[in-house]
Design a binder for this molecule. Sequence first.
Ligand code: ZN
Length: 242
Amino acid sequence: MEWYIVYIVMSLLIIPCLILGSFSNARVNAVFDKSSKILSRKGITSCELAEQMLSHAGIDDVSIAEINGKLSDCYDSKHKVVKLSTSVIRSSSVAALGITAHEIGHAVQDHKKMWLFRFRQTFVPIVNLVSRAFVPLIVVGTLLSFAFYLPMVGNIICWISAGLYGLSFLFYLITLPLERDASKKALQLLEELNALDNDELYTAKAVLRTALYTYLSAFTISLVYFLKALSFAFMVAGERDR
Ligand SMILES: [Zn+2]
């Protein structure tokens, strides 16, 4: 197989993928801003909703905290904290309530000891490592392969880089069904607690669906980077054997 063709194609694909990624982020921001102006008729705030949802789900070991940044809301499973951003925590907008319910969805996944959720947690340090170590590894690998006449060592480093990128790809692959499930749980909880009217529920659903696209684009980008790193390792191996 001509790995250099795969390498060139993947290198070229990175550009449209990154454009798609920033487009999805801009779209999420736009949908969030628009539905942030729609206040729920029942007037419950995100913080109140989070408390109600946790007690409804029988979760008593998770706390709620405020976090800086826009759309930085997350569930921290290590410290068992639902972190809600400043623009969300005191808001009673449909968008804020939808996002809050989604993060509670992750707390429910953790509470129910969902194996996929636990499995993904083990990948977090690897993904952090990949984002920091990939470029130095590939540079060192290439230099050793071509410049310093240590092809074996260089090639091994390239394979390690490809392997790390493969694990990062796996992380984003696992993330997709988990995010979908958290949104499903969110809508279920919103319905069970009667926190939103039907038309508001529809808007919250649209916000969560748009947020899912950002994970879909992150997944695509990780796949392209993985194939690029893999084809690069094969290319270096081919050069070495020549
Ligand atoms: Zn999520």
